[in-house]
Design a protein around this ligand. Structure first.
Ligand code: AMP
Length: 215
């Protein structure tokens, strides 16, 4: 399947994407994961993105489109992809539309996962992430802690609070979402194939998506 997952930080896009990849071999493409991997590896891309990410601002549309133009042409995308955290601005959505037309790719659906702000704030402030740029497994100190405190179950690296998940950075990211990303809902409503899902459980989101796709 070829989906865009829209939603504020903490809405559950990554969790839903991971569950969907198990259904049909579609790949999750998270621009946030790609950028954090680049920052951890100290690449040119990482150096360009790091300051904006720390502040909770968006990195430039050009940088993101450079990443996505290459990523969508990699062979593992042929089976399908779940775009998680991209597009994030109207110019990105417009550039994606042109890119997909150029590559002859048709999206199945755009899903907006909508979760109340208090749930998002609670989730983000209790979320912890594996510091290994190649792993980036997600934990939650309340609902899904690692077996050994502070250590990733999957790769043994330290599990940390992301620098952009302090209270100040979270509220800035939510503001950025409202200003720059929420307008994509109107954009995709006009494009058609848009679905809004109000659900705090990832299983309920998956069920709604399957239902819409007729799977
Ligand atoms: P995320 O993990 O999706 O919340 O992304 C973490 C950070 O990476 C964001 O706060 C932005 O600084 C940056 N980022 C990720 N995806 C994008 C995007 N599509 N456009 C601009 N910045 C992005």
């Amino acid at each position: 399947m070829k989906l865009i997952l829209l939603g504020a930080p903490g809405a559950g896009k990554g969790t839903v994407a991971k569950l969907l990849t198990q259904m049909d071999g579609s790949v999750q493409i998270s621009t946030g994961d790609i950028l954090r991997g680049a920052v951890a590896a100290g690449t040119e891309l990482g150096k360009k993105a790091e300051a904006a990410m720390k502040r909770g601002d968006l990195v430039s549309d050009d940088l993101i489109m450079g990443i996505m133009e290459k990523r969508l042409q990699e062979p593992d995308c042929a089976k399908g992809f779940l775009l998680d955290g991209f597009p994030r601005t109207i110019p990105q959505a417009e550039a994606l539309k042109l890119l997909l037309a150029k590559l002859g790719i048709k999206l199945d659906m755009v899903v907006s996962i909508e979760v109340p702000r208090d749930v998002i704030l609670d989730r983000l402030s209790t979320r912890r992430t594996c510091s290994n740029g190649k792993c980036q497994a997600i934990y939650n100190v309340k609902s899904n802690p690692p077996k050994k405190e502070g250590i990733c179950d999957k790769c043994g690296s330290p599990v940390v609070q992301r620098e952009d998940e302090t209270e100040a950075a979270i509220s800035h990211r939510l503001e950025t979402y409202n200003q720059k990303t929420a307008p994509l809902i109107g954009f995709y409503e006009k494009e058609g194939m848009f679905v809004r899902v109000n659900a705090t459980s990832s299983d309920a989101v998956i069920a709604a998506i399957k239902n819409k796709l007729g799977k």
